[in-house]
Ligand binder design. Structure first.
Ligand SMILES: [Zn+2]
Length: 73
């Protein structure tokens, strides 16, 4: 599910570049909203399924640094 968030994030960057290139300001606004949604999505999904604590930079790891449970991806 994290891939989906990053995909949305990359899409936002591409839309901003496209908006600058085409000088379409509304495209940049839509991209900003999309990127904000992606950041929120990543923050919410970046939790341990066992203890519910935020994983932070340990999100890509195999085990939760708080409770030591295996992280299912
Ligand atoms: Zn945990």
């Amino acid at each position: 599910m994290r891939i989906l968030g990053w995909g949305l994030f990359l899409l936002g960057i591409l839309l901003i570049l496209l908006g600058c290139w085409l000088r379409q300001f509304w495209l940049i606004i839509i991209a900003d909203i999309g990127m904000l949604a992606a950041i929120i999505f990543l923050a919410v999904s970046n939790r341990c399924p066992h203890c519910g604590r935020f994983l932070g930079r340990a999100g890509g790891g195999t085990f939760c640094p708080h409770c030591g449970e295996r992280l299912e991806k």
